[in-house]
Design a protein around this ligand. Structure first.
Ligand SMILES: Nc1ncnc2c1ncn2[C@@H]1O[C@H](COP(=O)(O)OP(=O)(O)OP(=O)(O)O)[C@@H](O)[C@H]1O
Ligand SMILES: [Mg+2]
Length: 425
């Protein structure tokens, strides 16, 4: 059901309820006041009559008669005055009765009064009718008023929803006008703008990632195709075939490497870290990773210094993520180093820091914000510059994010780059 209609129904029901309570309260108050006044009037009348007993019998001096009060005066058992209607029967009249006994000149008197409440009842019934009618009319009047009011109040929200509903993926740079006040509508607008900002950023990232990924995959595929085409143009010797096959193998390995790393990256981004890993003893884990990475760089043999790490220092971390972090950082450090790489682990009360440094060319400050983007490689004119897919640091960043770690890069005292990751413990 439309929100306007829901609001209108709610407000008219609420106002009807409140008006009914108010009317009920007014009715009860008026009724009580009238009955109290009536009781008081009857007893005052009886008292007045009792005080004027000496004059009773002299018709001219009789107390003023009230139209709605009937009176019987008895001296002993003898009825000496009676203003009740001849056909009066208490059961047929709505009213109240009171008696008063007194003694005057050694004579007992009894005064019986009856107050007729027919007019009061009539008045109260009229009042009830008016109050019920007023409540119903007010509630009915609130229906169109409430509808118009909610329409006016919801108009900006409706405009916002229409504008947001019309946005396509190509219009994510659209922003709603800056809110003038930070009321509910203003903060909704601000949240929408924030959301659009985040969506635009991640959309651009995905777009860039897809373009870069297809570009990276296209190059080895194009090389494969041209190699096959050129080779198949004429008959080749066995040696020529072997040489081509070697090139094809290299390109397929490159393709395999890229797809494998892309899969790793998407796996890390999809998987939630449970935080229930068994503690990992750092020193042997780092030693093991060092051995494996060294083996993948037979052409380079820098000195790898592992700063003293307490033998029992441990950390609750996924061994897979830890291995990916250290492997990729160490792989870069060895690739870019001249002679030396240093690994150190520091522990402060609430954090554990892993640092990997080298004595290579380092990373210029202007490049430091880009190197964690997928496929980004620092441009180099040196044909001997280390090769790679540009995905290692994206994997490191994704692993660090998954473990709530913070990664930073600076210049190392060794002269090259120093990557530090600190994790809360
Ligand atoms: N220790 C380092 N010293 C100097 N430059 C570095 C270092 N580590 C990374 N870089 C620069 O950052 C870029 C991105 O590194 P990243 O690890 O993401 O990719 P890669 O090493 O080129 O390829 P991959 O790791 O996917 O095989 C590298 O191409 C290199 O230019
Ligand atoms: Mg790398």
């Amino acid at each position: 059901m439309d929100l306007k209609i829901r609001f209108t129904i709610f407000f008219s029901l609420l106002s009807f309820l409140l008006l009914s309570i108010f009317s009920g309260f007014v009715y009860v108050q008026v009724k009580e006041k009238m009955l109290t006044t009536a009781v008081q009037a009857l007893s005052e009348h009886l008292e007045h009559e009792a005080m004027h007993l000496p004059e009773r019998g002299r018709a001219a001096a009789h107390a003023p008669h009230k139209a709605d009060i009937f009176l019987r005066v008895y001296r002993g058992d003898k009825l000496i005055d009676n203003s009740f209607p001849p056909d009066f029967h208490a059961a047929h009249h709505r009213g109240m009765q009171q008696q008063l006994t007194t003694t005057f000149e050694n004579q007992d008197y009894r005064l019986e009064g009856f107050l007729d409440l027919t007019d009061t009842d009539h008045y109260l019934a009229e009042l009830k009718k008016v109050l019920v009618l007023a409540s119903v009319l007010c509630a009915l009047a609130i229906i169109p008023l409430g509808y118009i009011l909610t329409r006016v109040l919801l108009a900006p929200f409706r405009a916002l929803a229409t504008a947001a509903g019309g946005l396509t993926a190509q219009q994510l740079s659209y922003r709603f006008s800056e809110p003038k006040t930070l009321d509910e509508f203003g903060s909704l607008k601000a949240s929408f703008n924030n959301l659009l900002g985040r969506l635009e950023k991640s959309f651009l990232q995905v777009e860039r990632f897809a373009t870069q990924a297809s570009h990276e995959l296209r190059t080895p595929l194009a090389v494969l195709r041209s190699q096959i085409e050129v080779t198949s143009r004429r008959k080749r010797t066995v040696e020529e075939h072997e040489a081509v096959l070697k090139k094809l193998k290299m390109q397929t390995e490159r393709l395999e490497g890229i797809t494998q790393r892309l899969l790793t990256l998407s796996d890390i981004e999809r998987t939630q870290v449970q935080g229930t890993e068994a503690p990992l003893i750092l020193r042997p884990a780092i030693d093991e990773i060092c051995q494996a990475v060294k083996l993948s760089h037979p052409e380079k043999a820098p000195e790898i210094e592992i700063a003293p790490i307490p033998e029992t220092l441990q950390w609750r971390v996924s061994p897979t993520y830890f291995s990916m972090l250290v492997t990729n950082l160490l792989d870069n450090a060895i690739k870019h180093s001249r002679d030396k790489v240093r690994i150190s682990v520091g522990k402060i009360p609430n954090a554990l820091t892993l640092k990997i440094e080298d004595d290579g060319p380092g990373i210029p400050e202007s490049e430091q914000s880009h190197i964690f983007e997928p496929f980004y490689r620092i441009p180099s004119t040196d044909p001997l510059a280390p090769k790679g897919h540009g995905l290692g640091l994206s994997i490191v960043k994704a692993c660090a994010d998954a473990c709530s770690g913070k990664i930073s890069v600076e210049s190392s005292s060794l002269g090259g780059a120093a990557f530090s990751i600190s994790f809360p413990v």
